[in-house]
Design a protein around this ligand. Structure first.
Ligand code: GDP
Length: 200
């Protein structure tokens, strides 16, 4: 399940510019600042795997990375920038939705959710939209170390609130995985999860 090699393939402005549907894809998605770059770096065990989707509201590209020459990590722009004008947010949805609805090689969406803050409406909206469109997803809770680092009960409750939302809203709740890029929690579990979904 290990990641040995990551190769940047291309940035696409539209779903139809993406690479051929020739390999399993895992899209990675979440609010800006959710810890996406940190998580990817921790999975890959490298610093600064180039993420071109980092600039808030500006770079709206779909970025394909080929992993171990066999499957894709698809880095999607973060959503919910506090400062982005509404128009930019709308843009995000049209653009990303196009990707989700057109990729038949999409194995699952890794929806990153910050475990240390209360459930955010935009995350819930995104999860609901994916669910309604039958797009498989895995909830990946980030920053789980913050729940132990003295912030204690409150952060714990934030996570439980989100998990309750999942249980309440899905007949078959999508899997979820707890992670921390600081402690490495969940890294192996997430890699194993992805390899099981790929069947190799
Ligand atoms: P991105 O915008 O989603 O790519 O988020 P980054 O990976 O840049 O992380 C945003 C902020 O959260 C940074 O200050 C990180 O140091 C912090 N962060 C990311 N992951 C973790 C984590 O697992 N634990 C803690 N405590 N902080 C994290």
């Amino acid at each position: 399940a290990k990641i040995k090699e990551v190769e940047f393939v291309k940035s696409s402005a539209r779903a139809k510019d993406c690479p051929k549907h020739d390999r399993p894809e895992f899209a990675i998605l979440g609010r800006s600042n959710v810890g996406k770059s940190s998580l990817i770096n921790s999975l890959v065990r490298k610093k600064d795997v180039a993420l071109t989707s980092k600039k808030p509201g500006k770079t709206k590209l779909i970025n394909h990375f080929l992993v171990n020459k066999s499957w894709y990590f698809v880095d999607l722009p973060g959503y919910g920038f506090a400062k982005a004008p509404d128009a930019a947010r709308m843009d995000w949805s049209a653009f990303t939705k196009g990707f989700f609805l057109s990729r038949d090689t999409l194995v699952t969406v890794l929806l990153l959710v910050d475990a240390s803050v209360p459930p955010q409406k935009i995350d819930l909206d995104c999860a609901n939209w994916l669910g309604r469109n039958n797009i498989p997803m895995t909830f990946v809770f980030t920053k789980c170390d913050k729940m132990r680092a003295g912030k204690g009960k409150r952060a714990d409750e934030n996570l439980r609130d989100f998990q309750q939302f999942i249980k309440d809203n899905y007949r078959v709740p999508p899997p979820w995985i707890m992670t921390s890029s600081v402690t490495g929690l969940g890294r192996d579990e997430l890699l194993l999860h992805m390899s099981q979904l790929r069947n190799y």
